[in-house]
Design a protein around this ligand. Structure first.
Ligand code: ADP
Ligand code: MG
Length: 676
């Protein structure tokens, strides 16, 4: 029997090599292939240039009017230029990096060019040469990689559709198809790949988005119900007086938002069901102290708690901070990271296993095989989006009945968070501690770097400290280090011996990093030159100024995180962004970050400016990847699909109802969910 779960290798023309290439694109099964949707559609039908607007994609037919000229610059870069005559007008045509096209251009012969039209220069930037059979078509364009060509992908999709169309199920109950005027799933798949025109493609896309969100929400709801039902022994019978005592000993009062989040988490701990809760709050909103209150509660019930952080610096800082707030409360803290010495490990592991250590702080080391807990009641994951699903799971299953608290500084609105993290409950700290002043942010051009240096000097005179963040050239610690060293030298030449300048970069050992961090905290350095390794980490209240070089190379959310390192006291703090963005989007981003300190606004802007469907954009902000849906841009579709999925699942017998049979079967067989 044909099944959408069949491997793609079942198709004609898919040998081992092609199968490997397809896997790279995330395509393993026929279903993956059928839902490998186009990135865009090119309308190749002929356009009248008089009506074309500047920058528009056009297809034009003309007569080649000059001999083509091919010139190379660099090893792999080339330019092919010629003129064409359309009616009585002459246009310049240029193709970059497609030297092989020269063969197809012959003087006085007809040619059909697809490209974008530059009205000002009367020029066409060529993308393709078409043959006459293509000129009227509406063409799907797929994301592809070197190993596999567009045409191959297209042919395979067509083959898969032809052979499997009769087994494409209907996933959405009829009632919903009618209610939201959606299209059947089979038609959607057909029209996503082979639309006749833009209207058909748009209609299909709307349904494809709904379907994708609906299936995602179904999975989340089912998962949540399953987890809830399985375990009823996760209660943490804590001592409220002990928790109150911990809170009263703090040097500050909790904000209302912190209190509310703490109450929500404590209520979960008390319940017999295992907690699975996400704590969201902007940088500096004070998530850690909320986590600490919950640790205190867990320990008071005789169970262990552990917090896992993505970097050693952060784990070490957590260990120090927790040691301070817990001092005198009789909570034994252990620190376990990749660089914990063998001797220290040997001493620590038995004490974790016998329960003598109540609270373990660490990195990925916390879920390795050789770590045994006595009774892990609460597992906290800091910066949860920096960990993979399997890592989070590996940590959770270290206890028999573990409650999970995940923390993130990625600010997304409550409605979206509830949907995206449908298998978790969500608490949000949407308030900064009183007395915090927003970081004053200015954007200057590199030509004005001296004024930034002068400003830093002024702040140092007032007794403050400053961060200088060095350019992010590429994802390579080695190159970043070179930059950092150069800027470090430059600042040393300017400021030493009066002020001392420290250096922190990713190539240093974690011991070296910690030494620098501690020295900066103790004001032994007044300036810290650093790469993004400070993005999460060092908390130095006296540092009130940050200068960021080449700020336009960073994402908005990343800049916001970096900036969160200052503004950690009641003093006014400052962030100076040095950037000369060359395009409009770069300028918009610099404007956004210098006028807003709202993390939610910035992450939304980040997604908008990166463009819809940009996978890296949504990855950065810690959201699951969708193929066609954009959780921000399509928030309406997302919330409707979520509500409807919840309504379906709320009926205990939903799987056996006729309108849901195909859906349930699909989830069971293709999504491997609902198996028990
Ligand atoms: P987050 O992890 O959410 O970015 P932290 O928990 O690191 O924030 O808190 C940032 C700083 O604010 C810490 O130095 C912390 O001690 C302090 N802090 C937390 N809550 C409060 C509060 N209610 N009032 C004053 N300071 C606070
Ligand atoms: Mg934090």
């Amino acid at each position: 029997m044909k099944n959408l779960g069949d491997p793609v290798s079942i198709l004609k023309g898919v040998g081992e090599k092609t199968a490997v290439s397809l896997n790279k694109l995330g395509i393993n099964t026929i279903m993956d292939l059928l839902t490998y949707f186009p990135r865009r559609y090119d309308d190749l039908s002929l356009k009248n240039l008089n009506q074309a607007v500047d920058g528009q994609k056009v297809t034009v037919k003309g007569i080649v009017a000059t001999n083509p000229v091919l010139s190379y610059f660099g090893r792999h870069r080339s330019r092919l230029s010629f003129r064409i005559k359309i009616n009585d007008d002459i246009f310049n045509v240029t193709f970059f990096n497609q030297p092989w096209l020269k063969k197809q251009i012959e003087l006085e012969k007809e040619v059909i060019v697809f490209g974008s039209f530059d009205r000002v220069k009367n020029k066409i930037l060529g993308m393709k040469i078409l043959n006459s059979s293509q000129e009227n078509s509406f063409n799907s364009v797929y994301p592809s990689i070197k190993e596999i060509r567009q045409n191959t992908i297209k042919k395979l999709i067509l083959q898969a559709y032809q052979e499997y169309q009769e087994v494409i199920p209907e996933l959405i109950p009829d009632k919903l198809i009618n209610k939201y005027r959606l299209e059947p799933f089979k038609k959607t798949i057909h029209n996503m790949h082979f639309p006749k025109n833009q209207v058909e493609a748009q209609k299909a896309l709307r349904t494809a988005k709904f379907d994708e969100f609906f299936i995602f929400s179904m999975k989340m709801q089912i998962l949540k119900n399953k987890q809830r039902k399985k375990d009823k022994q996760a209660e943490i019978a804590f001592n409220s007086d002990f928790v109150k005592k911990f809170i009263h000993r703090l040097t500050f009062k909790l904000t209302d938002a912190q209190k509310k989040a703490t109450d929500e988490i404590l209520a979960d701990l008390k319940s017999p069901y295992p907690m699975n809760r996400l704590l969201q709050g902007d940088v500096g909103s004070g998530k850690t102290v909320v986590a600490a209150a919950c640790v205190a509660a867990t320990v008071s019930a005789g169970k262990q708690a552990a917090i896992m952080a993505p970097t050693e610096i952060l784990a070490e800082q957590h260990a120090n901070n927790f040691a301070r707030v817990f001092s005198g409360l009789g909570i034994n803290i252990g620190l376990l990271t990749g660089s914990t010495s063998q001797a220290a490990r040997k001493e620590l592991l038995p004490r974790i296993a016998n329960g003598e250590i109540n609270f373990i702080v660490g990195t990925h080391a916390l879920f390795q095989n050789d770590i045994q807990y006595h009774d892990l009641g609460l597992a906290i994951i800091d910066e949860q989006h920096r960990f993979g699903v399997n890592q989070r799971r590996a940590f959770r299953v270290k206890g028999d009945h573990t409650n999970v608290l995940a923390m993130t500084a990625t600010p997304i609105p409550r409605t979206l968070a509830i949907t995206m993290y449908g298998d978790m409950d969500v608490s949000i700290i949407d308030q900064l501690p009183a007395g915090r002043k927003p970081v004053k942010t200015t954007w200057i051009s590199a030509a004005k770097t001296n004024s930034a240096v002068g400003f830093v000097n002024k702040q140092l005179k007032l007794g403050h400290q400053a961060y200088v963040v060095t350019p992010l050239i590429e994802e390579s610690d080695a190159v970043d280090m070179k930059n950092a060293i150069a800027i470090h030298d430059r600042f040393k030449a300017i400021f030493e011996p009066k002020y001392k300048v420290g250096l922190l970069h990713g190539q240093m050992t974690s011991e070296q990093k910690e030494d620098v961090m501690v020295a900066f905290k103790n004001n032994e350095f007044q300036i810290l030159v650093a790469t993004t390794v400070i993005e999460v980490g060092v908390d130095v209240a006296n540092a009130n100024t940050m200068v960021i070089f080449d700020a336009d190379h960073f994402g908005l959310s990343q800049l916001h995180q970096l900036r969160g390192r200052v503004g950690r006291s009641s003093d006014q703090s400052y962030c100076i962004l040095i950037a000369d963005p060359t395009n409009k989007i770069g300028k918009q981003r610099m404007k956004a970050i210098s006028t807003s300190t709202n993390g939610f606004f910035l992450s939304q802007k980040d997604l908008e400016l990166r463009g819809q469907g940009d996978v890296t954009g949504s990855k950065q902000s810690g959201m699951p990847d969708f193929k066609v849906g954009d959780p921000i841009g399509d928030l309406n579709i997302l919330s409707v699909a979520t509500q409807e999925a919840a309504a379906v699942v709320s009926d205990n017998n939903w799987q056996s109802q006729p309108q849901n049979v195909q859906l349930a079967q699909y989830l069971r067989i293709n999504q491997k969910i609902l198996t028990d």
